[in-house]
Write a protein that binds this ligand. Structure first.
Ligand code: ATP
Length: 220
C-alpha cells in the first residue's frame, strides 16, 4: 500500500521536538515524512520569522535526514492556508487509494474542532496524534478537554500500523520514545528573556537565527 505522510505546523522556529516527532513517525511507519510549513497567517500577527525563513530553517533541520523532506505547497498558494485545502490537494495528486496521514501534536488535536471543515479531514486522510508533555492523549483526557473531537475520533481509533492499510478515516496515537519538552514558544521566550535557546534547536537552525537576526536576536 502506498503511503503519504505529512506533518504540518508553523515551525516558528523548527525545534528538536519537531524533528524527533517526524523521525519517530518515519521510523514507526518506515516511510518518508514531509514537513509542511504554514504560510503567513493572513488575519493575525505574522510569526516571528517569515514563511520563507521558516521554510529555510526547516530545510536546514532536515539536512542529512533522508527520511525527512520539506513540502512548501502552502507557501506557494495565495490566500489563507487551511489544512482541509492542503489535504484535498494532496488527495487529488496521489489518487484515492494511497494512505494519506496528517501528523499533529496532542495540543493541536485538542483544538481540532476550531479548524475549517475539520470532520472532512477524516474523509481525506487519517489523523496521527503524537503525545506531548502536558497533553496526555488518553480517552478520558480527550473527552474532557475536547468532547466533540473525542466523539468523532475515539470510535475511529486504530493501532498506528493500521493507518497504512486504508486510505482515510482512522485515528491513531503515537507515543514518542522519550519525552519531548521542546516548544517554539519556549524557544521564543528564551530568545526574548534570556536562556539557552540554542539547546532546543539544531545547530544550523540556531546559526540561521543568529545570522539573520531573527526574533530580535542581535545579528552575528
Ligand atoms: P508553539 O509553542 O508556538 O505553540 P509548537 O512548538 O507547538 O509552537 P508548531 O509549529 O505549532 O510548534 O507545531 C507543529 C505541530 O507539532 C503541532 O501539531 C504541535 O502540536 C506539534 N508539536 C510541536 N512540538 C511538539 C512536541 N514537543 N511534542 C509533540 N508534538 C509537538
Amino acid at each position: 500500500m502506498q503511503l503519504h505522510v505529512v506533518y504540518g505546523g508553523t515551525f516558528d522556529p523548527v525545534h528538536r521536538g519537531h524533528i524527533a516527532v517526524a523521525e519517530c513517525v518515519a521510523d514507526t511507519l518506515g516511510c518518508r515524512v514531509d514537513l509542511l510549513p504554514a504560510a503567513d497567517p493572513p488575519h493575525r500577527a505574522a510569526p516571528g520569522a517569515s514563511a520563507s525563513q521558516r521554510a529555510a530553517m526547516l530545510h536546514l533541520a532536515v539536512a542529512g535526514r533522508p527520511q525527512l523532506h520539506v513540502d512548501e505547497r502552502e507557501l506557494r498558494r495565495a490566500g489563507a492556508s487551511y489544512t482541509v485545502d492542503t489535504l484535498s490537494e494532496l488527495r487529488s495528486e496521489i489518487g484515492p487509494r494511497p494512505s494519506l496521514i496528517w501528523v499533529l501534536g496532542a495540543d493541536a488535536l485538542r483544538g481540532l474542532a476550531s479548524w475549517k471543515h475539520w470532520q472532512r479531514l477524516l474523509e481525506l486522510g487519517h489523523l496521527l496524534a503524537v503525545e506531548r508533555q502536558g497533553h496526555p492523549l488518553d480517552a478520558e483526557g480527550l473527552a474532557e478537554h475536547a468532547p466533540a473531537v473525542a466523539a468523532e475520533l475515539l470510535p475511529r481509533r486504530r493501532a498506528v500500523a493500521a493507518l497504512t492499510h486504508t486510505a482515510a478515516g482512522s485515528f491513531a496515537v503515537l507515543r514518542p520514545g522519550r519525552p519531548l519538552p521542546e516548544s517554539a514558544s519556549e524557544v521564543r521566550r528564551r530568545l526574548a528573556e534570556g536562556g539557552d535557546w540554542r539547546a532546543l534547536l539544531a545547530p544550523a537552525v540556531a546559526d540561521y537565527i543568529a545570522g539573520n537576526g531573527l526574533y530580535g536576536v542581535e545579528r552575528v
